[in-house]
Structures are given as structure tokens and as C-alpha cells.
Design a protein around this ligand. Sequence first.
Ligand code: PHE
Length: 334
Amino acid sequence: KEHISEIEAFTANTKDEVENFRIKYLGKKGILNGYFAEFKAVPNEEKKAFGQAVNELKDAATNKVQKLKEELESREEEKGVYGDLSRPGEPVEIGARHPISIVKNQIIEIFSNIGFNVSEGPEMEDDWHNFTALNLPEYHPARDMQDTFFIQTNPDVLLRTHTSSVQVRYMEDNKPPIRTISPGRVFRNEAISARSHCIFHQVEGLYVDKNVSFADLKQTLLYFTKQLFGKSKIRLRPSYFPFTEPSAEVDIYWGLETETDYRITKGTGWLEIMGCGMVDPNVLRNCNIDPSEYSGFAFGMGIERIAMLLYQIGDIRMFYENDMRFLEQFKSSI
Ligand code: PHE
């Protein structure tokens, strides 16, 4: 009994200590063999109990030695891993973010630095949020500008053709001042080619407050393009959108000035990168904002187009093919 509690309490830090412990109990001249030798002298009626006790002791000692050895070995293994800091690291295979996500996050970051939040909305929309509230009444010819996938007619349910629908929802739910960008997937019934796809991604922006002017819009876009492309030159070209008045198309000058050693440019000259304008008073009114008190600007861009410029990607279909050779190239960008 005493022996068993001694065995249980025993701890060892080195292999020698374990070995000495083993010899003390299980060795040739050890405690156990001592008891075995005594066995013959034990009176017959006590033999059974004596034998059982000795066997228990033997098991306890054997198990203890085994356990101590394992503990010491695993401690040594740990030392091997953490002890030698010059050992080469184990390679860890990590994935890459998709270029659309990389560019989307960059755009969000740039606008959040000047106070824009992020808003999202449903991909399946009703007619009001995608068209009517945005100043495109039924039979308005501008509806032809955006070939729409309809899911259901009367009442109409469709796949949103732009994330301007999210801006309508945001204005309905929030009071100015409003500064929000709406990233998301949009859908248009277009033939798939190297330049266009029926599913793509947009980031649209909206700023509504007192005294928001076209100058604010221009300066915001200049800030944005400088942050995203580095040194950059933009121009605003008059255009038309039903939801903005006046409207403009933003071109970026893509040429020697924006060229850097890692960005070899193919096309040079003025390239269109987004649409923008002052929010039409009708749109504000549709969203319960008084245009005599508030004004605003809005803009919208396709993420694919921006990513194609930044990474010199020649075919929009690359984004959706999940070709590992393409995706792995973005491993270093987070
Ligand atoms: N909604 C437009 C589009 O899908 C982009 C845009 C947004 C233009 C805001 C002007 C203002 O092309």
C-alpha cells in the first residue's frame, strides 16, 4: 500500500531518474523481486492476498515507468520544434482573394476614409427600386439602356441592373446627411464577350446633404482616382442618365503618366471608368427627401472594368472561369 502511493506520487525530469525508479521496483534486486522471494515463506492461508497485492504493485510500477517515458519523449519532441528557432518553417498553403474582392475592398477603403459607409440590398428587385423611383417611369425610352432579366411580370420582379436600387432603399430608410457606397452584383441581358458579361459587379456612391455641389462631386472623384491609380488625370464628359441632372461620364487618362514598371499598358488615351451626376430632384422627392432643402451627387462604376485596368486583364470572362493559373496570381495581394 505504501509503495503504491509512493509510485503514484513519483515524478521524473530525466531519463536517468526514470531508470533508477525502474531498477528500484522492477530491477533484479528490486522491491518486487524481494517480495517474490518472500512468497514461499508466507503461510498458505495468506498466499492469495499476498500474491494479489504484489501483482497490483507490479502493474502499478510497470505502468508508471511506461507513462513517465512517454511524457519525457513528448516533452523532447516539443523541444525539437520550439527549441531550435533556426529550423526552416513548415510551408502553409494559403489561398488568394479573388481580384474582384481585392478591388472592391480597395474602393470601400478609399471611400470609408472620407466618411462613406457601405450599404447593401437585394439582387432580386421590384420595379420601383430599380426603375421608377430612379425617374424611369413605365415606357420611358431610357429603360432600353439596360436590358433586364425579368423573373416575374405584373407585379414585376427582376434582377437588379445596377446598385442604384440600393441607394433608393437607403434614402427611403435614412435621413440626410447621407454618404454611402453600395457594392454588389448586377445583371444585364447582354451577349458575353471579352468586354462584357451578363453578370458583373458595381460600386455606386451617393452623397446627399445641404449645399452639395458639382464641385464636391468632381473633387471626390479626383481624390478617389488618385488614391486608386496613383498619379492620375481625369475628365468629365457630359452624358445622360435619367436619375442625375446634369450627368457626366468620367474618363481617366491611361498612358505614359499612369504607367509604372509593374503595369505595362496596352491601350492608352482616355478610358471611360464611371458614370456620375447630381441626383435628379425627382429622385430625391421619390425617396421623401425635399430637393429645396437638400441636393446630392451619385456615381457608379463597374468593378471588373477597374480591375482590368489595374491588373491589365484583357478578357472579362477570366473573372468567372475559376482558372487556378489566373487566380493564383493574386496570392500576394490582400
Ligand atoms: N447606375 C448607372 C449604371 O448602372 C451608373 C450611375 C450611377 C450613373 C450614378 C450616374 C449616377 O450605369
